[in-house]
Design a protein around this ligand. Structure first.
Ligand SMILES: Nc1nc2c(ncn2[C@@H]2O[C@H](COP(=O)(O)OP(=O)(O)OP(=O)(O)O)[C@@H](O)[C@H]2O)c(=O)[nH]1
Length: 329
């Protein structure tokens, strides 16, 4: 097959997977690997305020474009088209340099409509080539997620590659059962276990996995329908506070919340402004699994503010807000 670059087409990878599956971890791996390519990243996060920019490692020349004002697969698809066209124009004009694009969807996105963009919009179609849809599946929570969320099943259905994260947290037979289920859902997609995103780049980029005919077999309305469902019970809220926090209090409070509401807490993550701490504290979790790591230092002149995003079903927002306010140092 003639490589996309030779035909002047820009290859695009759609990186999808349910909330907290490990997409950003994988993306960080890709961005830090020495593959000699410049990658433009389009980040779409669920919730009005994104924190992935603080989690992503970033070289100054990389283009990272955030889209936080809605879900990529529905309301902001027009924005995606605009961003892709804009990137193309800037590349032609020599304003930016990049060889490929990776789109990280929200954990609640159906990748179908995102993929559709590359066939439905003429301008996008003539400049870009959809290389593959890569779906990350969390081995620890995958079975439950597949049982409960249509979006997770769509992500598996559309996958050209499935990467299994967090197999270190479960017994081998559990991983095997999940892999069997994924195979029965999508026999087309090659599966691979990845430990904290460690996967050979050659197995993720330029794999020419996207096959329109295969997609039309599983989803005959792919090129004509715009309709897909979302789980409206899943809600998010953002908490922000400029006051420095006390680390011990925040750990105690969030542990307590996770013990009580972990089942319904699909995803939570944030950048915390901890008192006397020169670095941002990145705090995040999926259900009961929670952890914190130091992130980038606060820049001079940067407003030190804590931002946390909570995503889940029936989460008592007021209780969280009151408790978090109590964690101020
Ligand atoms: N134990 C273990 N943890 C992992 C692995 N991969 C990712 N994680 C952890 O899982 C959590 C979520 O990872 P992310 O990469 O942020 O997940 P995501 O899919 O980008 O999450 P959203 O974009 O918020 O939906 C983080 O705490 C990661 O460190 C893995 O292979 N093993």
């Amino acid at each position: 097959m003639q490589p996309a670059a030779e035909k002047g087409l820009i290859p695009v990878t759609i990186l999808t997977g349910f909330l907290g599956a490990g997409k950003t971890t994988l993306l960080n791996r890709i961005l830090t690997e020495q593959h000699g390519e410049k990658i433009a990243v389009i980040e779409n996060e669920f919730g009005e305020s994104g924190v992935d920019n603080d989690i992503l490692v970033q070289d100054k020349e990389e283009q990272i474009i955030e889209m936080n004002n809605g879900c990529l697969c529905c309301t902001v698809r027009g924005d995606l088209v605009r961003i892709l066209k804009d990137l193309r124009r800037k590349k032609r004009g020599g304003e930016v340099k990049f060889d490929r694009v990776i789109i990280e969807t929200t954990g609640l996105a159906n990748p179908g409509p995102v993929a559709q963009t590359f066939f439905m919009d003429e301008d996008v179609h003539k400049d870009y080539l959809l290389d593959a849809i890569i779906t990350v599946v969390d081995a620890k929570h995958g079975q439950q997620t597949l049982d409960e969320h249509d979006e997770a099943r769509a992500q598996v259905g559309f996958a050209d590659r499935i990467l299994l994260s967090k197999t270190d947290l479960v017994a081998e037979d559990e991983t095997k059962a999940l892999m069997d289920r994924l195979r029965s859902m999508n026999p087309r997609a090659h599966q691979k276990k990845v430990h904290f995103g460690e996967a050979p780049i050659s197995e993720i980029l330029d794999i020419r996995g996207f096959n329109l005919n295969a997609i039309l077999e599983v989803s005959p309305e792919f090129l004509t329908s715009d309709h897909h469902e979302h789980d409206d019970d899943v809600k998010s809220f953002v908490w922000k506070d400029p006051r420095p926090l006390n680390m011990e209090k925040i750990e105690t409070f969030l542990s307590l919340m996770v013990q009580n509401y972990g089942e319904n807490l699909l995803r939570y993550k944030g950048v915390l402004n901890v008192k006397d701490e020169p670095k941002k504290m990145i705090f995040q979790g999926v259900h009961m699994l929670m952890g914190g790591t130091p992130g980038k230092p606060w820049e001079e002149g940067e407003t030190r503010e804590s931002v946390m995003v909570f995503i889940g079903k029936g989460i008592p927002r007021k209780l969280f807000e009151e408790g978090l306010a109590y964690c101020v140092a």
